[in-house]
Design a protein around this ligand. Structure first.
Ligand SMILES: O=C(O)CCC(=O)C(=O)O
Ligand SMILES: [Fe+2]
Length: 314
């Protein structure tokens, strides 16, 4: 089992990007396509255009990514439509984002993944606009900016799922992002769980694998119940899985308190990789086998502040 973060990096040349842009713009120009009501149609349009124009090597990488064990896959230089102002309240006119949505859902389709949302978060919408929202000031939320969002997995208060189940009841397997703007050059940082675990002593690993923690839902999710008497690390045939969010994990025993302390210190020292997403970049990572974080930052002018589009997929 490799311990370092494995990243598959791809990049479109400008000619491919422009052909893709032209085809997608034409395909969505005279119809109203919403990211929730018409997700399947957008995915079909996007997947068709991508299949027509992407080089075989990238198509292959997409097909095999879930099976390769790579923690992260990136594709740079995707088309950028004309973007509206960065949304301040978390939501934007989705039909106006049809080209971006066709790309995002089309890529998920080529990855053989199912996009989904849960109804208690983001008002149940597929696309989460990761952008500074004054209402989230001081919270560790993807809508925040002024607070560090330290190492975590998304929705750690849910059980781990497998194949062929309703993804909404389980930890999202993958987080996918399309970057609209990131003038502030704020990185999305990722570390491989195996690497952080390798630095721990055997006793600490055993304590972290024992059901002696309570894991609450993230700050952005007010209604969901915590997971009680659970472990933070679990062995699976694919490697070690983690559920973690420093802000919502509570130890239930003295041994759990000590182990949690050592885990937090190991995370501080773990080797990680920083992805500074640029407009038109796509990033997907395995939320079972990596932790991610975003440090506090000072957003640029509101209309052009950092804006990523995130979608869960399993
Ligand atoms: O802003 C970022 O780079 C990532 C935020 C985050 O943790 C998330 O969207 O789940
Ligand atoms: Fe997150």
């Amino acid at each position: 089992m490799t311990r370092a973060l494995r990243v598959a990096r791809h990049h479109l040349n400008d000619r491919t990007r422009d052909l893709l842009d032209k085809e997608l713009t034409a395909a969505v120009c005279d119809i109203e396509l919403d990211s929730d009501a018409h997700e399947a149609i957008l995915a079909g349009i996007g997947a068709h255009a991508l299949q027509t124009h992407l080089p075989g090597e990238i198509l292959q990488a997409l097909t095999f990514y879930p099976a390769t064990g790579s923690h992260v896959l990136t594709i740079g230089n995707l088309p950028q439509q004309e973007f509206p102002a960065t949304p301040r309240d978390g939501f934007t006119d989705e039909p106006a984002m049809a080209v971006t949505n066709a790309l995002h859902f089309g890529l998920l389709q080529l990855l053989s993944l199912t996009p989904f949302a849960v109804d208690y978060e983001n008002t149940g919408r597929y696309i989460r606009n990761v952008a500074p929202n004054p209402a989230a000031a001081g919270t560790t939320s993807s809508w925040g900016a002024d607070s560090e969002f330290s190492w975590h997995t998304d929705n750690p208060h849910l059980p781990f799922g497998g194949k062929g189940v309703d993804p909404r009841r389980y930890v999202p397997r993958y987080l996918s992002f399309y970057a609209v703007r990131n003038d502030e050059q704020v990185p999305t940082e990722v570390l491989a769980i195996e690497g952080a675990v390798a630095a721990l002593d055997e006793t600490t690993v055993q304590e972290l694998q024992s059901a002696q923690f309570t894991v609450g839902p993230p700050a952005s999710t007010d209604e969901a119940a915590p997971l009680r008497d659970t472990a933070l690390l679990e062995q699976s045939y694919e490697g070690t899985r983690a559920r973690f969010d420093r802000g919502t994990v509570a130890p239930n025993t003295p041994a759990a308190t000590a182990a949690l302390d050592r885990w937090v210190r190991a995370l501080d020292q773990a080797r990680s990789e920083a992805f500074v997403l640029r407009p038109g970049d796509f990033l997907i990572f395995d939320n079972y086998r990596v932790l991610h974080r975003r440090r506090a930052f000072r957003p640029g002018p509101a209309d052009t502040a950092r804006w990523l589009r995130r979608c869960y997929a399993s």
